[in-house]
Write a protein that binds this ligand. Structure first.
Ligand SMILES: Cc1cc2nc3c(=O)[nH]c(=O)nc-3n(C[C@H](O)[C@H](O)[C@H](O)COP(=O)(O)OP(=O)(O)OC[C@H]3O[C@@H](n4cnc5c(N)ncnc54)[C@H](O)[C@@H]3O)c2cc1C
Length: 617
């Protein structure tokens, strides 16, 4: 069969259906995560209502689609009607990391690019710009799609929600170059350095844990501003000193995507789009939800996203290969801080409207807590928990996987991934467990009484064994998806039998993640955690593994760059197999999870994609 050729995209409203193209870049891959639904309510103070300057707004329901675009924001934004008469060399769908590509392609004034973004524009929006407000975007429909996922018995039938960025430019905050297990390190380093300018901290606080960095791994002239935090929390010191006293290394103060000249966040739209709004060859249309890519022969259509399950896509007349998205599994343990031991200033203070208001005022003067996001992290090898127990557990896991491969329960492509993951888990130098010291309340259950201060330790699994799925249920009028997380299931659970406390019935949930949660709970036996922190969630009443089980964020791999026979969706030039001019250029091409948050990798992908699409490499 001849490769499929893209001729147009179909976006809502219907007026856009005739937009012609030579090339199409498709992205919209959403990551999975579960976050406490109430979380964002408290932290914003009155900021949410102070809110965005209201540049654009779209309300979307399954019945209606409303357009309200404010033309005044900047001239490169346009309306659907203006577009129908134009032809473009490239149509880019989704303005996450693809903003990098758009900026690079439009350097050539002869190349016309249309960028269609389903969300709105957030320039000059304090919720986005102010670093300490990062949590205010979570599950807020203005910034976050917040997809509900299918409830599953293997994760206690909890209703998880899957946050995904919505709007012009991906806006993550904490900045973590991955460990060197991330594939081609030299290539990665080249492109990630190209994206950032690192600003070392202007002033140093000798009493707090220092930020350390290797100059060779920091960029000096890229568009994304990154700095080490001006402000570190007392809770960070409690966290880091406790890990040091426990004898494990890997805790540090991380950098944030913040420009210290303005103390505002930098994100892909502010770095790669806003500065180029006078380019006549760039047309950006926000609030444009792409529903279909139209092929030249008009016989076949491809769903706007993902690499769904063949049997379901058959019903939709869509040809697709594999669906194996992976996810950083996630849980949290919340501790109340004892303020008689130290003046623990945490993000909980934003629950107080007066404090929140004063913080906004201070930020405008370049002062105060609003300049900083999350600061303290630790990346630890699985083996740092309890070396002997852990290596026995990894042995059990390996045996379990091999048995299932022998029974034909695990497809060959996934078996290859498991081989790599098992080697990573065994490696004493590579991190598998990530701990985030969140200076405030970040729990999945009830909101705490006002006035208290908290330290939440977020526990993330860097190399999860489970795989989820994203399945298209219908194409039009609006796309609908079935999102499944499959936490603790691959497809049936793979267990680590390390805990003496676990009975045979509870061992089903005795996953690596649960072991990590137990590690965090055990920190209360060590100083300074011991005197400063009392566990409130999941709380002392929670003693079985089932009760501990949690959820996650950061999905990759729904359009993996792999050989076709291993279930790959794109080739090494980002081209979707079997097509002539359709590419995917975003985090969904990463086939296997890495020990880092994803934005640095996403920017590296964006920078390299620009070289690929322009034919530089
Ligand atoms: C809540 C949350 C917090 C995070 N925090 C961090 C962090 O602190 N540090 C870090 O390193 N990483 C973080 N990440 C991960 C990081 O943000 C993502 O890995 C990264 O944004 C992925 O970039 P992307 O371009 O692939 O996708 P996205 O950034 O999700 O961009 C996809 C874009 O496409 C648009 N879109 C989707 N469907 C359509 C359609 N049909 N038509 C048109 N447009 C469409 C969406 O609205 C969105 O703007 C976080 C992720 C989440 C969800």
């Amino acid at each position: 069969m001849d490769p499929l050729e893209v001729t147009a995209v179909l976006a809502l409203p219907a007026a856009l259906s005739a937009v012609g193209v030579d090339n199409v870049l498709v992205s919209p891959e959403y990551s999975l995560a579960q976050l406490p639904l109430h979380f964002a309510k408290g932290l914003t103070g009155d900021l949410a209502s102070a809110g965005s300057s209201g540049h654009s707004n779209t309300s979307r329901t399954s019945e209606s689609w409303t357009w309200e675009i404010d033309h005044l924001i900047c001239h490169f934004l346009t309306t659907p009607d203006e577009l129908t008469s134009k032809a473009f060399d490239y149509i880019v769908v989704g303005a996450g990391v693809r903003a990098v590509l758009v900026s690079s392609l439009t350097e050539d004034a002869n190349v016309n690019v249309l960028l269609l973004e389903a969300g709105g524009v957030h320039y000059d929006d304090p919720v986005v710009d102010i670093p300490a407000q990062f949590a205010a975007t979570f599950l807020n429909p203005k910034y976050d799609w917040g997809f509900p996922v299918v409830k599953q018995a293997c994760s206690n039938n909890v209703q998880h929600v899957w946050p995904r960025g919505k709007g012009l430019g991906m806006i993550p905050l904490s900045n973590h170059p991955p460990s060197q297990d991330a594939g081609n390190w030299v290539d990665f380093q080249k492109y990630s350095l190209r994206a950032e300018t690192f600003h070392p901290r202007l002033r140093r606080s000798p009493t707090r844990s220092p930020h350390t960095y290797n100059e060779k791994n920091r960029g000096t002239s890229g568009p994304v501003g990154v700095t080490d935090p001006i402000h570190a929390y007392t809770a960070d010191k409690v966290f880091i000193d406790t890990l040091v006293n426990k004898g494990v290394t890997g805790a540090y103060i991380a950098s944030n995507n913040v420009d210290p000249r303005t103390w505002k966040r930098t994100y892909s739209a502010s770095a790669y789009l806003h500065p180029y709004e006078d380019r006549q060859n760039l047309v950006v249309l926000p609030n444009a939800y792409v529903t279909r890519v139209l092929w030249a022969d008009e016989k076949e259509t491809l769903k706007e996203t993902s690499s769904p399950r063949p049997e379901l896509l058959e019903k939709l007349g869509v040809d697709a290969k594999l669906d194996l998205p992976g996810e950083h599994h996630f849980a949290s343990v919340v501790f109340e801080l004892d303020t008689t031991k130290a003046d623990h200033q945490t993000l909980d203070l934003f629950f107080n409207p007066e404090f929140a208001k004063e913080s906004i005022r201070l930020h405008a003067e370049g002062k105060g807590t609003h300049r900083t996001g999350i600061t303290a992290f630790a990346f630890l090898p699985l083996t740092s928990r309890a070396p002997e127990e852990t290596s026995a557990a990894i042995g059990n896991l390996e045996k379990d996987i091999k048995d299932r491969i022998a029974k034909g329960e695990i497809p060959p492509a996934l078996a290859k991934q498991y081989d790599i993951q098992l080697e990573t888990l065994k490696d004493k130098g590579l991190p598998d467990m990530e701990l985030i010291a969140f200076p405030g309340f970040f729990g999945a259950r009830e909101i705490p009484a006002p006035g208290k201060r908290f330290l939440s330790i977020l526990v993330m699994l860097n190399h999860p064994i489970s795989r989820g799925s994203i399945v298209s249920c219908n194409l039009l009028p609006l796309p609908d998806r079935e999102l499944t997380l499959e936490f603790f299931s691959t497809p049936r659970p793979i267990t680590l039998r390390t805990s003496q406390r676990s009975s045979p019935t509870t061992s089903r949930k005795n996953s690596v993640l649960v072991e990590h949660v137990k590690f965090v709970r055990s920190l209360t036996e060590i100083e300074p955690f011991k005197s400063n922190c009392t566990e409130v969630q999941p709380g002392p009443a929670c003693t079985t593994d089932e009760q501990i089980a949690g959820a996650s964020s950061h999905t990759v791999g729904s359009c993996s760059m792999l050989p076709r026979e291993d279930g790959g969706v794109v080739d090494s030039k980002l081209k979707v197999y079997g097509t002539k001019n359709l590419r995917v250029a975003d985090i969904s091409i990463v086939p296997l999870h890495i020990a880092a948050h994803m934005q640095t990798t996403a920017y590296a992908i964006g920078e390299k994609a620009a070289d690929i699409v322009k034919g530089v490499i």
